[in-house]
Design a protein around this ligand. Structure first.
Ligand code: NAP
Length: 285
Protein backbone atom coordinates (compact mmCIF):
# COMPACT_ATOMS: atom_id res chain seq x y z
CA UNK A 1 0.00 0.00 0.00
CA UNK A 2 1.35 3.40 -1.01
CA UNK A 3 0.69 6.58 0.99
CA UNK A 4 0.28 9.51 -1.43
CA UNK A 5 -0.79 12.19 1.05
CA UNK A 6 0.48 13.60 3.26
CA UNK A 7 3.73 13.43 1.29
CA UNK A 8 6.31 12.24 0.63
CA UNK A 9 4.90 9.06 -0.96
CA UNK A 10 5.92 5.93 0.95
CA UNK A 11 4.99 2.29 1.45
CA UNK A 12 2.93 1.87 4.64
CA UNK A 13 1.56 -0.90 6.85
CA UNK A 14 -2.20 -0.43 7.21
CA UNK A 15 -2.20 -1.71 10.76
CA UNK A 16 0.25 1.07 11.64
CA UNK A 17 -1.72 3.76 9.80
CA UNK A 18 -5.35 3.30 10.85
CA UNK A 19 -5.27 2.18 14.51
CA UNK A 20 -2.54 4.73 15.34
CA UNK A 21 -4.63 7.76 14.34
CA UNK A 22 -5.90 9.93 17.21
CA UNK A 23 -9.65 9.68 17.87
CA UNK A 24 -10.77 11.73 20.84
CA UNK A 25 -14.48 11.13 21.47
CA UNK A 26 -16.61 14.29 21.50
CA UNK A 27 -18.26 15.14 24.83
CA UNK A 28 -20.98 12.67 25.73
CA UNK A 29 -20.65 10.15 22.92
CA UNK A 30 -18.14 7.84 21.21
CA UNK A 31 -16.14 8.89 18.14
CA UNK A 32 -17.97 7.77 14.99
CA UNK A 33 -16.11 6.46 11.94
CA UNK A 34 -17.86 5.48 8.72
CA UNK A 35 -16.19 3.05 6.31
CA UNK A 36 -17.62 2.63 2.81
CA UNK A 37 -16.52 1.66 -0.69
CA UNK A 38 -17.87 3.35 -3.81
CA UNK A 39 -17.24 3.12 -7.54
CA UNK A 40 -15.77 6.13 -9.33
CA UNK A 41 -19.35 7.11 -10.27
CA UNK A 42 -20.55 6.89 -6.67
CA UNK A 43 -22.34 3.51 -6.59
CA UNK A 44 -22.11 1.62 -3.28
CA UNK A 45 -23.51 -1.65 -4.62
CA UNK A 46 -23.39 -3.66 -7.82
CA UNK A 47 -26.21 -6.15 -8.18
CA UNK A 48 -27.40 -5.34 -4.66
CA UNK A 49 -24.11 -5.93 -2.79
CA UNK A 50 -20.76 -4.20 -2.38
CA UNK A 51 -18.51 -7.18 -3.10
CA UNK A 52 -18.39 -6.37 -6.83
CA UNK A 53 -16.54 -3.16 -5.92
CA UNK A 54 -13.91 -4.65 -3.62
CA UNK A 55 -10.36 -5.91 -4.01
CA UNK A 56 -7.75 -7.58 -1.77
CA UNK A 57 -6.39 -4.11 -0.90
CA UNK A 58 -9.87 -2.96 0.11
CA UNK A 59 -10.28 -6.05 2.28
CA UNK A 60 -7.01 -5.19 4.02
CA UNK A 61 -8.23 -1.63 4.67
CA UNK A 62 -11.57 -3.00 5.89
CA UNK A 63 -9.73 -5.13 8.47
CA UNK A 64 -7.41 -2.28 9.51
CA UNK A 65 -10.37 0.06 10.00
CA UNK A 66 -12.17 -2.56 12.07
CA UNK A 67 -9.06 -2.79 14.27
CA UNK A 68 -9.80 0.81 15.39
CA UNK A 69 -13.34 0.12 16.62
CA UNK A 70 -14.85 -0.99 19.92
CA UNK A 71 -18.24 -1.51 18.28
CA UNK A 72 -19.38 -1.92 14.68
CA UNK A 73 -22.76 -0.37 13.88
CA UNK A 74 -24.57 -1.55 10.77
CA UNK A 75 -28.04 -1.25 9.29
CA UNK A 76 -30.26 -4.28 8.88
CA UNK A 77 -30.37 -3.77 5.09
CA UNK A 78 -26.61 -4.28 4.92
CA UNK A 79 -26.75 -7.27 7.25
CA UNK A 80 -29.27 -8.91 4.90
CA UNK A 81 -27.58 -7.88 1.62
CA UNK A 82 -24.05 -8.78 2.72
CA UNK A 83 -24.96 -11.83 4.88
CA UNK A 84 -23.15 -10.37 7.90
CA UNK A 85 -21.04 -12.51 10.25
CA UNK A 86 -19.78 -11.79 13.74
CA UNK A 87 -16.46 -9.90 13.51
CA UNK A 88 -13.43 -12.20 13.79
CA UNK A 89 -10.18 -10.23 13.54
CA UNK A 90 -7.14 -11.72 11.81
CA UNK A 91 -4.11 -12.54 13.98
CA UNK A 92 -2.41 -9.28 12.91
CA UNK A 93 -5.53 -7.23 13.63
CA UNK A 94 -5.89 -8.95 17.00
CA UNK A 95 -2.33 -7.93 17.84
CA UNK A 96 -3.06 -4.32 16.81
CA UNK A 97 -6.19 -4.32 18.97
CA UNK A 98 -4.30 -5.58 21.98
CA UNK A 99 -1.50 -3.03 21.50
CA UNK A 100 -4.12 -0.28 21.46
CA UNK A 101 -5.76 -1.67 24.62
CA UNK A 102 -8.95 -2.73 22.83
CA UNK A 103 -11.01 -5.84 23.46
CA UNK A 104 -10.09 -8.78 21.23
CA UNK A 105 -13.19 -8.35 19.04
CA UNK A 106 -15.45 -5.41 18.31
CA UNK A 107 -19.09 -5.88 19.23
CA UNK A 108 -21.64 -5.97 16.41
CA UNK A 109 -24.70 -3.69 16.77
CA UNK A 110 -27.44 -3.79 14.14
CA UNK A 111 -30.07 -1.07 13.69
CA UNK A 112 -33.48 -2.42 12.67
CA UNK A 113 -37.02 -1.13 13.02
CA UNK A 114 -38.79 -4.25 11.74
CA UNK A 115 -36.59 -7.05 13.21
CA UNK A 116 -37.15 -9.18 10.09
CA UNK A 117 -34.05 -11.41 10.12
CA UNK A 118 -33.54 -14.80 8.48
CA UNK A 119 -32.39 -17.11 11.30
CA UNK A 120 -29.89 -18.56 8.81
CA UNK A 121 -27.96 -15.27 8.64
CA UNK A 122 -24.35 -16.09 9.59
CA UNK A 123 -24.33 -13.54 12.46
CA UNK A 124 -27.19 -15.52 14.06
CA UNK A 125 -26.51 -19.07 12.89
CA UNK A 126 -22.71 -19.16 13.16
CA UNK A 127 -21.81 -18.21 16.72
CA UNK A 128 -18.84 -19.80 18.46
CA UNK A 129 -18.44 -20.36 22.20
CA UNK A 130 -17.24 -17.17 23.91
CA UNK A 131 -18.47 -14.85 21.15
CA UNK A 132 -20.86 -12.07 22.15
CA UNK A 133 -24.22 -12.23 20.39
CA UNK A 134 -25.10 -9.33 18.09
CA UNK A 135 -26.88 -6.42 19.72
CA UNK A 136 -30.00 -5.35 17.82
CA UNK A 137 -31.06 -1.75 18.39
CA UNK A 138 -34.69 -1.14 17.65
CA UNK A 139 -37.61 1.10 18.59
CA UNK A 140 -40.31 0.76 21.22
CA UNK A 141 -42.89 -0.47 18.69
CA UNK A 142 -40.80 -3.25 17.11
CA UNK A 143 -42.80 -6.49 16.74
CA UNK A 144 -42.70 -8.44 20.02
CA UNK A 145 -42.95 -11.88 18.35
CA UNK A 146 -39.89 -11.18 16.19
CA UNK A 147 -37.96 -9.91 19.22
CA UNK A 148 -38.83 -13.17 21.02
CA UNK A 149 -37.64 -15.27 18.07
CA UNK A 150 -34.29 -13.49 18.21
CA UNK A 151 -33.89 -13.93 21.95
CA UNK A 152 -31.59 -16.98 21.79
CA UNK A 153 -29.19 -15.58 19.20
CA UNK A 154 -29.23 -11.80 19.68
CA UNK A 155 -29.77 -9.21 22.38
CA UNK A 156 -32.58 -6.84 21.45
CA UNK A 157 -32.59 -3.34 22.98
CA UNK A 158 -35.44 -0.90 22.40
CA UNK A 159 -34.27 2.70 22.07
CA UNK A 160 -36.56 5.52 23.09
CA UNK A 161 -37.64 7.72 20.15
CA UNK A 162 -36.46 11.33 20.24
CA UNK A 163 -38.78 13.71 22.05
CA UNK A 164 -38.77 15.97 18.99
CA UNK A 165 -38.36 14.99 15.33
CA UNK A 166 -34.81 13.96 14.53
CA UNK A 167 -34.21 16.45 11.74
CA UNK A 168 -34.98 19.27 14.17
CA UNK A 169 -32.98 17.71 17.00
CA UNK A 170 -29.90 17.65 14.77
CA UNK A 171 -29.90 21.42 14.38
CA UNK A 172 -30.34 22.21 18.02
CA UNK A 173 -28.07 23.65 20.69
CA UNK A 174 -29.56 24.07 24.17
CA UNK A 175 -33.09 22.93 25.16
CA UNK A 176 -34.03 26.56 25.89
CA UNK A 177 -32.90 27.68 22.44
CA UNK A 178 -34.75 24.74 20.97
CA UNK A 179 -38.07 25.55 22.55
CA UNK A 180 -37.80 29.21 21.63
CA UNK A 181 -36.88 28.35 18.06
CA UNK A 182 -39.61 25.72 17.67
CA UNK A 183 -42.14 28.26 18.86
CA UNK A 184 -41.16 30.52 15.95
CA UNK A 185 -41.06 27.78 13.30
CA UNK A 186 -43.59 26.24 10.99
CA UNK A 187 -44.51 22.70 12.15
CA UNK A 188 -41.74 20.42 10.82
CA UNK A 189 -42.41 17.87 8.10
CA UNK A 190 -43.01 14.35 9.44
CA UNK A 191 -39.73 12.42 9.77
CA UNK A 192 -39.19 9.42 7.49
CA UNK A 193 -41.21 6.41 8.63
CA UNK A 194 -38.24 4.40 9.77
CA UNK A 195 -36.71 7.20 11.85
CA UNK A 196 -40.08 7.78 13.46
CA UNK A 197 -40.09 4.22 14.74
CA UNK A 198 -36.70 4.13 16.39
CA UNK A 199 -34.61 6.20 18.79
CA UNK A 200 -32.07 8.81 17.81
CA UNK A 201 -28.43 8.15 16.91
CA UNK A 202 -27.63 9.77 20.27
CA UNK A 203 -29.62 7.02 21.99
CA UNK A 204 -27.87 4.32 19.94
CA UNK A 205 -24.42 5.78 20.61
CA UNK A 206 -25.34 6.26 24.27
CA UNK A 207 -26.19 2.56 24.49
CA UNK A 208 -22.85 1.63 22.95
CA UNK A 209 -21.03 4.15 25.15
CA UNK A 210 -22.51 2.48 28.24
CA UNK A 211 -21.07 -0.77 26.90
CA UNK A 212 -17.58 0.73 26.79
CA UNK A 213 -17.43 2.09 23.23
CA UNK A 214 -15.02 4.96 22.69
CA UNK A 215 -14.88 4.40 18.91
CA UNK A 216 -17.90 3.21 16.91
CA UNK A 217 -17.51 2.19 13.27
CA UNK A 218 -20.51 2.49 10.98
CA UNK A 219 -20.24 0.10 8.05
CA UNK A 220 -23.36 1.55 6.48
CA UNK A 221 -25.47 1.23 4.61
CA UNK A 222 -26.63 4.49 3.14
CA UNK A 223 -29.82 4.67 5.25
CA UNK A 224 -27.92 4.22 8.50
CA UNK A 225 -25.29 6.74 7.38
CA UNK A 226 -28.03 9.28 6.65
CA UNK A 227 -29.38 8.82 10.18
CA UNK A 228 -25.92 9.57 11.63
CA UNK A 229 -25.12 12.41 9.21
CA UNK A 230 -28.45 14.13 9.78
CA UNK A 231 -27.66 14.26 13.49
CA UNK A 232 -24.13 15.59 12.79
CA UNK A 233 -22.66 12.43 14.31
CA UNK A 234 -20.01 11.45 11.77
CA UNK A 235 -16.46 12.32 12.86
CA UNK A 236 -14.45 10.38 10.27
CA UNK A 237 -15.10 8.91 6.84
CA UNK A 238 -12.88 6.16 5.41
CA UNK A 239 -13.78 5.98 1.74
CA UNK A 240 -12.44 3.43 -0.73
CA UNK A 241 -12.86 4.50 -4.37
CA UNK A 242 -12.87 1.59 -6.82
CA UNK A 243 -11.53 2.36 -10.29
CA UNK A 244 -14.69 1.41 -12.17
CA UNK A 245 -17.97 2.81 -13.39
CA UNK A 246 -21.00 0.88 -12.12
CA UNK A 247 -24.03 2.80 -13.38
CA UNK A 248 -27.34 1.41 -12.19
CA UNK A 249 -29.71 2.48 -9.43
CA UNK A 250 -27.35 2.19 -6.45
CA UNK A 251 -27.73 4.80 -3.73
CA UNK A 252 -24.77 6.98 -2.71
CA UNK A 253 -22.93 6.75 0.62
CA UNK A 254 -25.73 8.64 2.32
CA UNK A 255 -29.29 8.03 1.23
CA UNK A 256 -32.15 9.97 2.71
CA UNK A 257 -33.51 13.46 3.01
CA UNK A 258 -31.08 16.32 2.26
CA UNK A 259 -28.92 17.19 5.25
CA UNK A 260 -29.73 20.40 7.09
CA UNK A 261 -26.37 21.69 5.83
CA UNK A 262 -23.34 20.13 4.14
CA UNK A 263 -20.87 18.39 6.43
CA UNK A 264 -17.42 19.72 5.50
CA UNK A 265 -14.54 17.25 5.48
CA UNK A 266 -10.78 17.61 5.70
CA UNK A 267 -8.56 15.06 3.94
CA UNK A 268 -6.36 13.34 6.55
CA UNK A 269 -4.65 10.84 4.22
CA UNK A 270 -4.83 9.29 0.78
CA UNK A 271 -3.49 5.79 0.06
CA UNK A 272 -3.35 3.86 -3.22
CA UNK A 273 -2.98 0.26 -4.33
CA UNK A 274 -3.76 -1.24 -7.74
CA UNK A 275 -5.56 1.94 -8.81
CA UNK A 276 -7.90 1.90 -5.82
CA UNK A 277 -7.82 5.02 -3.63
CA UNK A 278 -8.33 5.01 0.12
CA UNK A 279 -9.19 8.42 1.53
CA UNK A 280 -9.52 9.18 5.21
CA UNK A 281 -11.48 12.34 5.98
CA UNK A 282 -12.19 14.10 9.27
CA UNK A 283 -15.34 16.15 9.81
CA UNK A 284 -14.66 19.83 10.34
CA UNK A 285 -16.74 21.35 13.13
N1 NAP B 1 -20.33 0.04 -0.54
C1 NAP B 1 -20.39 -0.10 0.76
O1 NAP B 1 -19.40 0.16 1.47
C2 NAP B 1 -21.66 -0.58 1.40
C3 NAP B 1 -21.75 -0.65 2.79
C4 NAP B 1 -22.95 -1.06 3.35
C5 NAP B 1 -24.02 -1.36 2.54
N2 NAP B 1 -23.90 -1.27 1.21
C6 NAP B 1 -25.03 -1.59 0.34
O2 NAP B 1 -26.12 -0.78 0.67
C7 NAP B 1 -27.33 -1.47 0.38
C8 NAP B 1 -28.25 -1.43 1.58
O3 NAP B 1 -28.64 -0.09 1.74
P1 NAP B 1 -29.63 0.35 2.90
O4 NAP B 1 -29.67 1.82 2.92
O5 NAP B 1 -30.91 -0.42 2.81
O6 NAP B 1 -28.83 -0.20 4.14
P2 NAP B 1 -28.88 -0.05 5.69
O7 NAP B 1 -28.76 1.34 6.15
O8 NAP B 1 -27.85 -1.01 6.15
O9 NAP B 1 -30.26 -0.68 6.10
C9 NAP B 1 -31.47 -0.01 6.13
C10 NAP B 1 -32.30 -0.73 7.15
O10 NAP B 1 -31.64 -0.64 8.42
C11 NAP B 1 -32.56 -0.26 9.40
N3 NAP B 1 -32.32 1.14 9.69
C12 NAP B 1 -31.26 1.88 9.27
N4 NAP B 1 -31.36 3.11 9.77
C13 NAP B 1 -32.50 3.14 10.48
C14 NAP B 1 -33.15 4.14 11.24
N5 NAP B 1 -32.68 5.35 11.34
N6 NAP B 1 -34.29 3.82 11.85
C15 NAP B 1 -34.79 2.59 11.74
N7 NAP B 1 -34.24 1.61 11.04
C16 NAP B 1 -33.10 1.89 10.42
C17 NAP B 1 -33.91 -0.55 8.80
O11 NAP B 1 -34.03 -1.94 9.02
P3 NAP B 1 -35.38 -2.81 9.00
O12 NAP B 1 -35.74 -2.91 7.55
O13 NAP B 1 -34.95 -4.12 9.60
O14 NAP B 1 -36.38 -2.11 9.81
C18 NAP B 1 -33.69 -0.18 7.36
O15 NAP B 1 -34.59 -0.78 6.48
C19 NAP B 1 -26.95 -2.88 0.01
O16 NAP B 1 -26.96 -2.99 -1.39
C20 NAP B 1 -25.52 -3.00 0.53
O17 NAP B 1 -24.77 -3.91 -0.22
C21 NAP B 1 -22.74 -0.88 0.61
Amino acid sequence: MRKLLPGPAAEVDLLDVYPAAARTPPAGRPWVMVNMIASADGAVAVGGASRGLGSPADQAVFQAVRACADWILVGAGTVRAERYRLPRPSAAALEARRQAGRSDRPGLAVVSAGLDFDPGLPMLADQRPGEARPLILTGPDAPRDRAEHLAGTAEVVRLEPPAIPLAEAARIGSPAATLGELGRMEPPAAPPAETARIGSPAAALGELGRRGAKVVLSEGGPTLNAWLADAGMIDELCLSIAPLLAGGPSPRLIHGAALAGPLTLELAHLLEEDGMLFARYLALR
